[in-house]
Design a protein around this ligand. Structure first.
Ligand SMILES: *Cc1c(COP(=O)(O)O)cnc(C)c1O
Length: 462
């Protein structure tokens, strides 16, 4: 039996469906029509006791998916912090699947290990990170935070005479985690995964934009005399605000505290001269987490962790087995929680080459310009308020009600916008009040997309 005709057929069908999907993005409703039960029924309608041809399976999948896909890779999806996928990234991602390399180490795939090495150099350069930082290619921001905080845990406990990789957490010196009250909840999740526990968290007061108040951090730092990790944030998921990293690093410099920066989308501000000042001081942190599947616009799953103490990073993550032969080459699994995994650096490489430094910078800046346009166009209307300082790509909007029920009215308008299908925005609770979030992180969003979406919002609010 020869396998290649099977591949050709399946891939040609996939190519047709994928292309049709991309071409439908400008016109399809941004949120799909099918309900959950509908989709489960359609997917489950096949007899698992029989087999099917590969291209038939692909065709069926595409037909059913058609009614259940969100147009999140398109230019008018502004929910959560999502991002699309650039053409070079999608093409490269297809190759990753075709090559099916195990990116655990040089021994299983020399190519994957070399791609990571080159990406790290380029990313250090584009993000303005210190030379020599170590890096891991993980599934997303969540695991980037886990990995960064695992390196931190190693270091702060080693300084207290405790070998956490060998001795575990029970009986370990207590760790204090200092994080802002508006941190992303993946920090709490990381503390659970790492056995530190959320009770180790000391919440630091934040200002109206969600930024850590330095004086509050100073106090908490003075009160914490044992192993301490500060989890700072670059880019609040609601407001886009940045913790004052410069002051945080100043305060940490007077102690043994480790500074971890959750910059899932905000770290990309560093790629743009215009927005880099928001991150002032970040190069003095100890570890950084970011996502490539958000603002770099590569497919899921793609997160990045960087660490200024490669030895701590490696101590927390490395794997040694008698059948792993080590040379000078990069061994990818030394830097991530995973062992076997896909070669997820390849689409990152493709985007960095395709856009180049200035292209990444322009993509970031363009999204921020779109965000400001949204804010300006909406704020000038009676009954609509922009709640945040639009410093980056996030806009928080409230719709006012004459009877004073701003929360009810805001939820109502959001529901109408979502039903209309021109664009998609989600809701949130910001410091006690309902708000609509607009997040601009898609490479393909045009001025016309923004204007059409503004019209749809105003229609829904009318
Ligand atoms: C998205 C996000 C995360 C989590 O990243 P995932 O890729 O969803 O795991 C963490 N922190 C911030 C600030 C985020 O925006």
């Amino acid at each position: 039996m020869t396998y290649s005709p099977g591949y050709r057929d399946a891939l040609e069908h996939a190519h047709t469906h994928a292309t049709a999907f991309f071409e439908s993005l400008p016109d399809r409703p941004v949120f799909p029509v099918a309900g959950f039960d509908d989709l489960v029924d359609a997917l489950g309608a096949f007899d698992i006791d029989s087999s099917a041809g590969a291209s038939d399976v692909i065709d069926d999948l595409a037909r059913i998916a058609e009614r259940g896909l969100t147009a999140s890779p398109g230019g008018r999806y502004f929910g959560f912090v999502i991002g699309g996928s650039l053409p070079a990234a999608v093409g490269a991602d297809w190759l990753v699947s075709a090559w099916d390399q195990n990116a655990a180490g040089f021994a299983s795939s020399p190519f994957s290990s070399a791609v990571e090495e080159v990406c790290i150099d380029w990313l250090i350069d584009i993000l303005g990170l210190p030379a020599g930082v170590s890096a891991g290619f993980v599934t997303g921001g969540q695991m980037a935070n886990v990995t960064g905080i695992a390196a931190a845990r190693h270091q702060v406990l080693a300084a207290a005479g405790w070998d956490v990789e060998r001795q575990g957490m029970s009986g370990a010196p207590g760790i204090t985690i200092l994080a802002g009250a508006e941190r992303h909840l993946s920090i709490d999740q990381a503390l659970r995964y790492l056995g530190i526990g959320t009770s180790a968290l000391v919440e630091i007061d934040v200002d109206g934009q969600g930024r850590i108040v330095p004086a509050a951090l100073e106090q908490a730092l003075a009160a914490s005399d044992g192993p301490t990790i500060i989890c700072a944030q670059a880019g609040n998921i609601n407001t886009g605000a940045f913790d004052p990293l410069d002051q945080i690093c100043d305060l940490a410099a007077g102690s043994d505290a480790w500074v971890h920066v959750d910059g899932a989308f905000g770290l990309w501000a560093a790629a743009s001269e215009e927005y880099r000042p928001l991150l002032r001081g970040m190069e003095r942190a100890d570890s950084w987490a970011t996502d490539a599947h958000k603002w770099l616009n590569v497919p899921y799953d793609s997160g990045l962790v960087f660490c200024a103490h490669p030895q701590a990073h490696e101590a927390a993550m490395h794997i040694q087995a008698p059948y792993i032969v080590r040379g000078e080459q990069r061994s990818e699994s030394d830097w991530t929680p995973e062992w076997s995994r896909r070669a997820r650096a390849v689409p990152i490489y493709a985007v960095l080459r395709s856009l180049g430094r200035s292209g990444v910078s322009e993509m970031v800046a363009r999204c921020c310009v779109h965000a400001r346009r949204f804010a300006a166009a909406l704020d000038e209307h009676d009954g609509i308020d922009v709640l945040n300082d639009v410093v980056l790509n996030q806009v928080l909007v409230r719709f006012r009600d004459q009877d004073g029920d701003h929360n009810g009215r805001t939820r109502d308008v959001i529901a109408r916008i979502q039903r209309d299908g021109t664009c998609w925005m989600g809701g949130t609770i910001w410091q006690g009040a309902s708000a609509m979030r607009i997040s601009v992180v898609n490479w393909s969003t045009t001025d016309a997309d923004v204007e059409r979406s503004i019209e749809a919002i105003l229609r829904a609010a009318a």
